[in-house]
Design a protein around this ligand. Structure first.
Ligand SMILES: NC(=O)c1ccc[n+]([C@@H]2O[C@H](COP(=O)([O-])OP(=O)(O)OC[C@H]3O[C@@H](n4cnc5c(N)ncnc54)[C@H](O)[C@@H]3O)[C@@H](O)[C@H]2O)c1
Length: 363
């Protein structure tokens, strides 16, 4: 099985390539294709990156090649990490509309080429932001089951980690999902949290204690306030800002720490790549595994009696042919309200591109 990484020389792309090899997700007989642009510095750097990866991992590196044109992308799994990112510096405010416009062109160009020249079986993992826009664009070209956005899986891993830290256990003992939109509009599904070693009553007590009587109805306002406070500290006390995050409840930490990390200039490439490689590994593994991801829904799941249409992060079964089923039990009322509001906001973002819920991808 072969993997192509679009935007391989970017911060996330490089990490994805290195982790694919280091974690031995790709055997030496498979191929890793580094995809750059012929007219930008990434073209030259793609050749350099190939040399660097072989230099580092000669003993177990897969075959590595370079492609500089979308038509030349050939792989079973394609990681879409090309495109612009929000500025990574303190106080920077992302122009979401400009980012979306620029990356829409990137999504559309690659999706069209893969649809025209591909095998018809590729699975695409969207990393670039806005993830939901990338999923909608690619789903329209390739069919909705062959594309998944990794944002909800990254948000899920962060949520599990924060819950685990608060309980004093390791992350692998915590289950549960974050859904919704990647970023500030994520929906921590507290009702799905499971902790190995705790029975249902113990878990309910533990979760209630971690939540401290809060509901998701106030979560958006908490995030806004958190950003203002962290933004103020970032000016001359970055360490203090990270310390302040530690005092907050797990779901708020799960959103605010990555925001702070990006603003600090470090970006979040390692964690992003880790979550991405998890999904690639799942697709290559051959078994069906439950993950969370942004997918294009067509009414197959209901929340509070409302069928969901359009792109949304939800728990899904992921396998070699893409995602097959949504695994979302009826959420708690506050989760349902936030999910529906988030779905509405994503729809509003996609509508100008003709990709709103009404323009559903039926396949
Ligand atoms: N989903 C997530 O959780 C998550 C997390 C972090 C970053 N991201 C997103 O991943 C993307 C990459 O982030 P990064 O930090 O690696 O950015 P980066 O600027 O370091 O790298 C961007 C890469 O995209 C390529 N590129 C830029 N414009 C292009 C175009 N028009 N056509 C083709 N290729 C182009 C560049 O050559 C480079 O290789 C961004 O959209 C970012 O917002 C997503």
């Amino acid at each position: 099985m072969d993997v192509a990484v679009l935007g391989a020389t970017g911060d996330v792309g490089r990490q994805v390539c290195a982790q694919l090899i280091e974690r031995r997700v790709l055997p030496t007989t498979s191929r890793l294709q580094l995809v750059g642009r012929p007219d930008g510095s990434s073209g030259r750097a793609s050749y350099g990156l190939r040399a660097d990866l072989v230099d580092a991992y000669d003993e177990h590196a897969p075959l590595i090649d370079v492609a500089l044109h979308p038509d030349d992308v050939v792989a079973d799994v394609i990681v879409l990490a090309a495109g612009r990112t929000a500025p990574a510096r303190a106080g920077a405010v992302a122009d979401r509309a400009a980012l979306a416009a620029e990356n829409h062109a990137v999504f559309a160009a690659y999706a069209r080429s893969i649809a025209e020249h591909g095998s018809g079986h590729e699975v695409v993992v969207v990393v670039s932001n806005p993830v939901e826009l990338g999923v909608a664009v690619v789903a329209r070209e390739l069919g909705r089951h062959r594309v998944i956005g990794m944002g909800a899986w990254l948000d899920t891993l962060r949520f599990r980690r924060e819950v685990a830290v608060s309980l004093g256990v390791r992350r692998h003992r915590v289950g549960g999902f974050a859904a919704g939109q990647h970023g500030d509009d994520l929906v921590p599904l507290w009702s799905t949290v499971r902790v190995s070693g705790l029975d249902a009553d113990e878990r309910r007590r533990a979760v209630a204690q971690l939540r401290g009587g809060r509901s998701l109805d106030g979560f958006g306002a908490e995030i806004d306030e958190a950003k203002v406070r962290l933004g103020g500290l970032m000016v001359d006390d970055v360490a203090g800002a990270f310390d302040l995050v530690e005092t907050w409840p797990p779901d708020l930490r799960g959103v605010s720490r990555p925001w702070l990390t990006h603003q600090s200039g470090a970006k979040t490439a390692a964690a992003t790549a880790n979550a991405t490689v998890d999904l690639v590994d799942t697709v290559l593994d051959g078994r069906d595994i439950v993950v969370a991801g942004q997918v294009a829904l067509a009414g197959e799941v209901e929340v509070a009696g409302t069928p969901l249409h359009g792109v949304l992060g939800v728990p899904v079964v992921l396998g070699p042919e893409g995602w097959s089923r949504v695994l979302l039990d009826e959420p708690e009322p506050d989760e349902a309200r936030r999910l529906l509001a988030t779905a509405e906001r994503i729809d509003a973002m996609l509508r100008p591109w003709g990709l709103g819920a009404g323009a559903e991808v039926a396949r």
